[in-house]
Design a protein around this ligand. Structure first.
Ligand SMILES: [Zn+2]
Ligand SMILES: [Zn+2]
Length: 309
């Protein structure tokens, strides 16, 4: 628990002396669809009563596919959070009820207690600093104006978004107390690993196996792209590991600065499970080959000569 607490402070930048209640609230709540949902930073810390009554900002970690990151997507997330009570419309008051001065703090919003020589002034626990309370609280939300419920939030994920980006969804955090302003929702984007492509910035990388004969003779191959496929001309004598660039076939830049490229690394596949005829033909072929067909190998052995003495 101690480490979790420290992480929370470090990640969210909440003061280390934040009240325990605030930290506890951070761990309340649950995620849907694999997301982690927690209070981002407490509504407290501000000076005015209104600040203390404002709803907390929330954080939601969302997993998306690489295709969604590349092309953008409209996502809907479901979160269990404190939302405006429908019964009282967020006011916290039962029908026909008035607001009266809080008797706990005498309308000041603060209560003073003595601890030895010190006098400590704290936000009134009854009115949460407002100085007034509702005569007859709404029975559904017990006067808070907000209740825990499942809410759906729509979110536009922009094309080209990168791992770790934090999207802010205004006013979609926790509802405030008694109709005070809601917090914001911060959605942190995590991009799932792709089966074929690796991403680096706006560029994509993939490995494409090609038959040994195509590498030797040259030809045209299909290369997968996020949009479908592209054709690539392979020159005769292509070596395994050679990289080909497909200009503009990467990911669109999220700030409108063009497109990244797609880099296809060709992997030459040596034929396996040869049948008798194939084996014979390949042996015939090998017999016809000389040093001039393998210049890389020749160069290597020239350099390595002294090691073979
Ligand atoms: Zn209510
Ligand atoms: Zn009070």
């Amino acid at each position: 628990m101690a480490t979790e607490k420290r992480d929370y402070y470090e990640v969210l930048g909440v003061a280390r002396n934040a009240p325990d209640e605030e930290v506890k609230r951070a761990y309340r709540g649950s995620g849907f669809g694999g997301g982690i949902f927690e209070t981002f930073f407490g509504g407290g810390g501000g000076a005015g009563a209104e600040d203390r009554r404002r709803g907390s900002d929330l954080r939601y970690d969302m997993q998306i596919r690489l295709e969604e990151a590349a092309f953008g997507a409209e996502k809907q997330i479901e979160i269990e959070k404190l939302d405006t009570c429908e019964k009282c419309g967020g006011s916290g008051a039962a029908p026909g009820s008035r607001r009266i001065s809080c008797s706990t703090c005498g309308g000041r919003g603060q209560v003073v207690s003595s601890r030895g020589f010190f006098q400590i002034s704290q936000t009134c626990p009854r009115c949460h600093g407002a100085g007034e309370i509702i005569e007859k609280p709404c029975e559904k939300c017990r006067g808070e104006g907000r209740v825990e419920k499942l809410s759906r939030v729509k979110l536009q994920v922009p094309a080209g978004i990168r791992e770790g980006t934090r999207l802010r969804s205004l006013r979609n955090g926790e509802a405030g107390i008694g109709g005070a302003p809601p917090g914001d929702l911060y959605v942190v984007i995590h991009i799932k690993e792709h089966q074929i492509f690796q991403r680096e910035g706006d560029d994509l990388y993939c490995e494409v196996p090609i038959p040994f004969s195509v590498a030797a003779l040259g030809g045209e191959i299909d290369v997968p792209t996020l949009e479908g496929k592209a054709h690539l001309k392979v020159t005769a004598g292509t070596q395994s590991g050679q990289m080909f660039k497909l200009r503009g076939k990467g990911i669109v830049n999220v700030n409108g600065r063009g497109h990244g490229d797609l880099f296809a690394r060709l992997i030459v596949e040596v034929p396996s499970r040869l049948n008798g005829e194939q084996r014979r033909k390949l042996e015939e072929f090998a017999a016809l080959c000389g040093e001039e067909n393998t210049p890389i190998r020749k160069g290597f052995f020239e350099k390595a000569k002294e090691f073979f003495k």
